[in-house]
Design a protein around this ligand. Structure first.
Ligand code: ATP
Ligand code: MG
Ligand code: MG
Length: 379
């Protein structure tokens, strides 16, 4: 409605935008932040993207913004050294407010930020072709590579223990012991599955703590729709930088694969339909490793396939925890939705386990192909 539109325009005008606002549209399929496209009436000036930051999830908007600025500035400085790089296209640009800040707090206590809009791009919710999967791998791999020399301690851990499975298991045990909705009795097989796998799934965390895996700067939300592709389906830019923080490469690799390799939706009820799409996995791995293999060590490379098992396990634990807690975190469409989601993720873990040797072989083959084309030795 008109009043709401006027309000969005007013909010947009807090930022130092160039040109003249020609119109606004709700935009994208993200479900964390509210996003609007601010169209420019001046065709020589870019459009902008206005987002209301979800400050219930991201409680420290200042630190969140500092993380994004640190990372985008770092990437920009590197792109400046690359002949032919197009900085405005290859990395997000935050727009300042009139008060020289990179976010605006409105009178209702909501936080807003603005990015330069990436013209003529698209994002896909579901990957369908190996070309897309490869491009997604390139994008997330390149992103990782751009940040390879960042000291992870420069960034704030914006959601502490976000991908720490030991923490997630603790939350699960808490929910089990409280059993507020008397649901524990219905999920015995799932509890058994979680317990049988808990020790093995903690390996990345253990290796990290022991200094056997480098703590890097990771994206932590590597869904495929967080990559923008250009009109030729070529990766252009990684977006959605809210969860950037210290982490292990296996998290980004594993979460991306989780959303690419499953032939069924995340909450599939018919477990028979949960099958692996190996060609998409291979294509993603090829894209990712082509960018990252130069600096990853042997332990880190091996950790990638562990991450492929860990991430669906972790999200499954979180779904089941939420089921026991009475569905307070994830929005549910029907009773038992969180349980169904957990079952689907655990089924995916089973499938991945059955095919572990093949997943591993694909990664190693890709690594060796890259190494030999770089003139270095086999791993
Ligand atoms: P998620 O649910 O993945 O956390 P989100 O709510 O955090 O999403 P974003 O991913 O930041 O929101 O943005 C939502 C959508 O808007 C993206 O999927 C993409 O299609 C589009 N988008 C985001 N940033 C830009 C940009 N700078 N230029 C063009 N389109 C963009
Ligand atoms: Mg997103
Ligand atoms: Mg997001």
């Amino acid at each position: 409605d008109i009043e709401k539109d006027q309000n969005i325009i007013k909010l947009a005008n807090n930022f130092t935008i160039t040109g003249v606002i020609g119109g606004i549209k709700p935009f994208g399929s993200g479900h964390i932040n509210d996003t609007y496209r601010i169209c420019n009436a001046d065709k020589n000036e870019p459009d902008f993207l206005l987002q209301r930051i979800n400050h219930h999830i991201f409680k420290d908007v200042g630190a969140l913004t500092d993380n994004i600025l640190y990372v985008t500035n770092h990437i920009k400085n590197k792109l400046r050294l690359i002949p032919g790089a197009d900085i405005d296209k290859q990395v997000l640009t935050l727009i300042k407010t009139g008060n020289n800040l990179f976010y605006h707090k409105d009178e209702n206590g909501n936080y807003w930020r603005m990015y330069r809009f990436m013209q003529n791009t698209k994002s896909y919710d579901v990957v369908t072709t190996t070309r897309q999967a490869y491009q997604g791998g390139l994008a997330f791999g390149n992103f990782q590579t751009m940040l390879e020399d960042v000291d992870a301690s420069k960034l704030t851990e914006i959601i502490p223990d976000f991908h720490n499975i030991l923490f997630r298991l603790k939350q699960f045990e808490q929910a089990m012991s409280e059993d507020k909705f008397n649901r524990v009795k219905d999920v015995k097989p799932e509890i058994l599955f979680i317990n049988q796998h808990a020790d093995g799934m903690a390996e990345i965390e253990r290796m990290g703590k022991a200094g056997q895996l480098p703590l890097r700067v990771t994206h932590n939300d590597t869904k495929f729709n967080n990559v923008l592709l250009d009109e030729n389906d070529v990766a252009q830019c990684v977006i959605d930088l809210d969860t950037i923080m210290p982490g292990y490469t296996a998290f980004d690799f594993g979460d991306a694969v989780r959303t690419i390799i499953n032939r069924a939706p995340e909450d599939e009820a018919d477990l028979e339909k949960i099958q692996l799409n190996m060609p998409l996995f291979k294509a993603f791995a090829e894209g990712f490793l082509s960018q990252t293999v130069q600096y990853m060590g042997a332990a880190e490379i091996r950790s990638l396939v562990k991450g492929v098992l860990l991430l669906p396990y972790m999200i499954g634990v979180r779904f089941l925890t939420d089921y026991l807690n009475g569905d307070v975190y994830y929005k549910v469409k029907f009773a038992g939705h969180n349980l169904q989601r957990a079952r689907a993720q655990f089924q995916l873990v089973k499938k991945l386990e059955e095919n572990y040797a093949e997943l591993y072989a694909i990664v190693m083959q890709t690594v060796n192909d890259n190494k030999s084309s770089n003139g270095t030795e086999d791993l």
